[in-house]
Design a binder for this molecule. Structure first.
Ligand code: GDP
Ligand code: MG
Length: 568
C-alpha cells in the first residue's frame, strides 16, 4: 500500500465520517475520525521510524524477548508483579525521536547509538501485560495497539489459546494481519513433537480468526532458538519502511468497513414525480389556491360586468366588494412589482388552512418521508424525516407570500371593456331620449294646465291621492287624450321615440349578454391561468422548503457511500 494511496483513502474516510456524523451511530463515526486523526499525526511525526511493540500475556517472555532481540538487558525480565504500567522503548539511531515517543506516550526511552545498521530508526517497545490485573497496564496496551506500526504477540505454550488474547485482540485486529506477528516463545520447554503439534494447532486457530497472513514463529528467548528469524523479519520491516503505511491502511479498512455497515446497501430512494405531485397538490389546497382561483374567476366576472354592464345595474354593483381585494391580493398587475419588493412581508388575507387541509398536507409530507426512507438505515431515515420537516415553521408564511406575490394576470385582457362601456352609454342615452320623447305630450300637458284650486280630499291633495292609490294609468290615458298634438316622427315607418327606446333597451340587454359571454370565457381562462401560476409557485416553495432538504440528505448518504467505498 503506497503512501499516496493511503493519503487518498484517509481523505475518503474522513469525508465519509463527516458526512455520516449525526446520522450513522456515533461509535463507528468517531472511530473513523480517530483513525484519520491518528494516522495524520503519526505520518506527520516521522516517516523514517518503524515502531514495533512486543505484546503478550503475563510471563510469556516479552521482556526476555526484548532483550534477546535488542541484544541488551534494558528490559527487566522475570520480575515479580506488579511491574510498571508504562511501556519502555529502545531506539536505534543517532538521536531520540522525542516527538514520536511523546506522541506514543512512552516515558522510559533508551537510545542505542548506532550508525546505518539493520535496526537503524527502529523503535522497539516492551509493553505491559495485556492480561494484567491492573487496569492501567491494560489501558497502556490498548492505547499502544492503536499506535504502533507492527505488533509482535509473544505467546507461551500454556496460554497461547487464551481467550483474552484471541477474542480481545487478535480477532478484532484481523484487518491488521499483515502488520502482526505471533511468536510462540519458550519453545525449549516443548519436545519437538509437542512443538510441532502446538504450532499446527496455533496456526489453525489464527487462520480461523482471519489471520492467515500473520506470520507464526517458534522461538526461545532463553536458548536463542528462532531469535535470528524474528530479527530478520524485523530488519526487513525496518528496511521496507512500509509498516506505518500498512498499519494505518489496515486501520482505514477497519474503520471504513464498520462505517460502511452503518450506511446500508439498499438503493437510495429518489423523490418520484408522483410523490412530488401529491405533495404539491395537498400543499396548494392547504395554502388556499382553490380559493384564490375562485376569487380570480369571480373578480374577473365582477370587474367585467362593472365595466361593460348596463349603466343602471353597474351602479348597483358598486356596492359589492371586489372578490380578490377581499382576499388581500393585489387587484392589478401593476401592484405586483411593489408586492414582490415586499415579498418577505407580503401577506394575503386568505383563511387559515382547515384541519382537513392540514391533515392532507401532513399526510403528503408523511408520504414523502415514507417514499424516501424505505431501506435507509435508521439514523439516516431520521435525518430525512427531520429534513422534510425542517421548514415546518416558516412554510405557511412562504406559501402565503408566494401567493401574495403571484402575477395573476388580472391587469391584462379587459381592453375591450371601455369600448363596450361607450356603446352601453350610447344605448342608454338612446333609451332615455326615447322615453322622454314618448312622455313629451304628458310633460307638455302638465305645463299647459291652467292653475286650478287645490282640492283636498281627506286633507290630502287630490292629485297626489289619485296617483297614490294606483290610478296613475287611467289618469295617464286621460291626460294623453288631452295632449296637444305633437308631430309624430317616423323612422323606417316606426315612431322614432319607440324605436329609440326599443333599440336602447334591447341593444343594451343584447350587448350586456354578449359581454357576459366573453367575460365568462375570460374569467375561466384567468382562473385556469391563475391556477397554473399558483401551482407553479407553490411547487417552487415545496421544492425549496421540503423536497430539496430531503434530497440533500439522500445525496449525503450517496456521497458517504461513495467516500466509504473509496476508503475501502
Ligand atoms: N524456559 C524459558 N523461559 C523463559 C523464556 N522466556 C522467558 N522465560 C522466563 O519466563 C519468565 C517471564 O519472562 P519475562 O520476559 O519477564 O516475561 P514478560 O512478563 O512477558 O515480560 C522469566 O522467568 C523468564 O526467565 C523462554 O524462552 N524459555
Ligand atoms: Mg515484562
Amino acid at each position: 500500500m503506497s503512501e499516496t494511496n493511503l493519503a487518498g483513502r484517509l481523505d475518503a474516510l474522513d469525508e465519509a465520517a463527516k458526512l455520516s456524523r449525526g446520522r450513522s451511530p456515533e461509535g463507528p463515526v468517531q472511530d473513523a475520525s480517530d483513525i484519520v486523526r491518528r494516522a495524520g499525526e503519526r505520518l506527520a511525526l516521522s516517516g523514517d521510524h518503524t515502531v514495533i511493540a512486543l505484546a503478550g500475556a503475563t510471563g510469556s517472555g516479552k521482556s526476555s524477548s526484548f532483550n534477546a532481540l535488542s541484544g541488551t538487558t534494558l528490559a527487566t525480565a522475570g520480575v515479580t508483579r506488579p511491574t510498571t504500567a508504562d511501556a519502555m522503548a529502545a531506539v536505534w539511531g543517532t538521536e531520540l525521536p522525542t516527538k514520536l515517543l511523546d506522541w506514543l506516550e512512552v516515558p522510559r526511552r533508551h537510545l542505542i547509538a548506532s550508525g546505518q545498521g539493520p535496526y537503524s530508526n527502529l523503535v522497539l517497545v516492551d509493553l505491559p501485560d495485556h492480561d494484567s490485573t491492573e487496569l492501567r497496564h491494560r489501558m497502556t496496551v490498548d492505547r499502544m495497539v492503536k499506535l504502533v506500526d507492527m505488533l509482535i504477540w509473544i505467546v507461551d505454550p500454556q496460554k497461547y489459546a487464551d481467550g483474552a488474547l484471541h477474542d480481545g485482540y487478535l480477532k478484532p485486529l484481523a484487518d491488521h494481519a499483515e502488520v502482526m506477528v505471533v511468536v510462540l516463545n519458550q519453545a525449549d520447554r516443548l519436545t519437538p513433537e509437542q512443538l510441532r503439534n502446538t504450532m499446527v494447532d496455533l496456526r489453525r486457530l489464527l487462520d480461523s480468526e482471519g489471520l492467515k497472513k500473520t506470520p507464526l514463529m517458534a522461538m526461545s528467548a532463553l536458548t536463542g532458538q528462532g531469535v535470528r528469524e524474528l530479527r530478520e523479519l524485523i530488519e526487513r520491516t525496518v528496511r521496507e519502511k512500509t509498516a506505518t503505511a500498512k498499519r494505518f491502511s489496515a486501520d482505514v479498512s477497519t474503520g471504513a468497513e464498520a462505517l460502511a455497515r452503518t450506511l446500508g446497501d439498499e438503493r437510495v430512494p429518489e423523490v418520484s414525480a408522483r410523490t412530488r405531485r401529491e405533495l404539491n397538490e395537498s400543499t396548494a389546497k392547504a395554502a388556499g389556491v382553490p380559493i384564490v382561483v375562485d376569487g380570480v374567476r369571480n373578480a374577473w366576472r365582477y370587474r367585467g360586468t362593472l365595466a361593460t354592464g348596463w349603466p343602471v345595474l353597474k351602479w348597483l354593483q358598486r356596492f359589492r366588494p371586489d372578490p380578490l381585494k377581499r382576499l388581500g391580493l393585489p387587484s392589478r398587475g401593476a401592484r405586483r412589482e411593489q408586492a414582490q419588493l415586499e415579498a418577505s412581508t407580503a401577506r394575503t388575507s386568505l383563511p387559515k388552512a382547515t384541519p382537513v387541509q392540514k391533515a392532507q398536507l401532513d399526510g403528503a409530507l408523511r408520504g414523502l418521508v415514507e417514499a424516501t426512507t424505505g431501506g435507509l438505515p435508521r439514523g439516516w431515515a431520521e435525518a430525512v424525516r427531520s429534513a422534510a420537516r425542517s421548514n415546518d415553521k416558516t412554510l405557511p408564511d412562504e406559501l402565503d407570500s408566494s401567493i401574495a406575490t403571484a402575477d395573476l394576470h388580472m391587469g391584462r385582457g379587459g381592453g375591450w371593456w371601455p369600448l363596450v362601456n361607450v356603446v352601453q352609454w350610447i344605448l342608454f342615452l338612446a333609451a332615455v331620449v326615447g322615453l322622454l320623447w314618448l312622455f313629451l305630450p304628458l310633460i307638455l300637458t302638465f305645463l299647459q294646465f291652467p292653475p286650478i284650486p287645490t282640492v283636498y280630499w281627506w286633507n290630502i291633495p287630490a292629485p297626489t291621492l289619485l296617483l297614490g292609490i294606483g290610478v296613475a294609468g287611467g289618469i295617464l290615458v286621460a291626460l294623453l287624450s288631452h295632449s296637444p298634438p305633437i308631430p309624430t316622427v317616423y323612422w323606417w315607418n316606426i315612431p322614432a321615440p319607440t324605436l329609440l327606446l326599443g333599440i336602447g333597451v334591447a341593444g343594451g340587454i343584447l350587448v350586456a349578454l354578449l359581454s357576459r359571454l366573453f367575460i365568462e370565457i375570460g374569467a375561466r381562462s384567468k382562473a385556469n391561468r391563475a391556477g397554473s401560476v399558483l401551482t407553479e409557485r407553490i411547487a417552487a416553495v415545496t421544492q425549496s422548503q421540503v423536497v430539496q432538504p430531503v434530497e440533500v440528505e439522500l445525496e449525503r448518504l450517496k456521497a458517504a457511500r461513495t467516500a466509504v467505498a473509496r476508503a475501502r
